[in-house]
Design a protein around this ligand. Structure first.
Ligand code: NAP
Length: 256
């Protein structure tokens, strides 16, 4: 019960990595606030996750809202306060990666990606941090960045800067929020099989290439990210701030 009595907000928690993180946070005793887009698919997925969490005796609510909207962070915080009375952990996870080549990148695709992954995240982190500061007992903020913060991708020129930006945001926020006991860290997943990359990985050659490059011999699963996030959220990581944790099965170091 590493997160007992902590309220944990997770954005993009209806599916994929965020869903696995939310489930594990609830298993660890956290009271979970599930963020999602509010689409029909998001609503349905969030409802089924709440059911799953209730089934093992956990506590969860959902708060829909577009991650690109600067007001969504305030709504998540308000929802957490109304249901559970505090915000102790904020996990910024919502993100999109519509693969596209650079030279003909539509402006709309670029702007939507940056607004969803980074600009909305900035204000959501700010909203959570202000609430934690007002509570006066510190807190933990974790950004789900990516291995893409460290390496490029020809079909991801709009995406990789957002992930480097989140990583940098956590470093700067660690300094800005350290005096309030609020720790800020990032998690950098490698290739995790989810909806975000299912079309890309449907190509058997690409799948074999990515698997072959991973020293642990398999792609990641959403559950592989949950443990590292719980660690950073918990008091076990009480002296960890401004850090980043690669969770990639060894993919990044496998160059030669
Ligand atoms: P996913 O399976 O596609 O899930 C994305 C989640 O984000 C969903 O819960 C979705 O909610 C939510 N979301 C998307 N757009 C949103 C919006 N505009 N407003 C609110 N919520 C929105 O993707 P994933 O692979 O789990 O990715 C989660 C995070 O991990 C992303 O930030 C991604 O960049 C990062 N990451 C993933 C990988 C990987 O290989 N999978 C690697 C490194 C980093 P709805 O259900 O409502 O659409």
């Amino acid at each position: 019960m590493l997160l007992k009595d902590k309220t944990v907000i997770i954005t993009g928690a209806s599916r994929g990595i965020g869903r696995a993180v939310a489930r594990e946070c609830a298993r660890q005793g956290g009271r979970v606030v599930i963020g999602h887009s509010g689409s029909a698919q998001g609503n349905q997925a969030a409802a089924s996750l709440i059911e799953e969490i209730h089934a093992f005796g956990g506590q969860a609510i959902d708060v829909p809202g577009d991650a690109a909207d600067p007001d969504t962070g305030d709504k998540l915080v308000a929802g957490a306060l109304e249901a559970f009375g505090s915000v102790d952990v904020f996990v910024n996870n919502a993100g999109i990666c519509p693969f596209h080549s650079f030279l003909d990148m539509p402006r709309e695709t670029y702007l939507r990606t940056v607004n969803t992954n980074l600009n909305g995240a900035y204000f959501a982190v700010q909203a959570a941090a202000n609430q934690m500061k007002n509570q006066g007992r510190g807190g933990a903020i974790i950004a789900i960045s990516s291995i893409s913060a460290l390496v490029g991708g020809g079909m991801q020129t709009h995406y990789t800067p957002t992930k480097a930006g989140l990583h940098s945001l956590m470093q700067s926020c660690a300094i800005a929020l350290g005096p309030y006991g609020i720790r800020c860290n990032s998690v950098l997943p490698g290739t995790i099989a989810t909806d975000i990359n299912k079309d890309d990985l449907a190509d058997p050659e690409k799948l074999a290439y990515m698997t072959g490059r991973t020293p642990l011999g398999r792609l990641g699963e959403p559950d592989d990210i949950a443990g590292p996030v719980v660690f950073l959220a918990s008091d076990m990581a009480r002296y960890v701030t401004g850090a980043s944790l690669l969770v990639d099965g060894g993919l990044y170091v496998n160059l030669q």
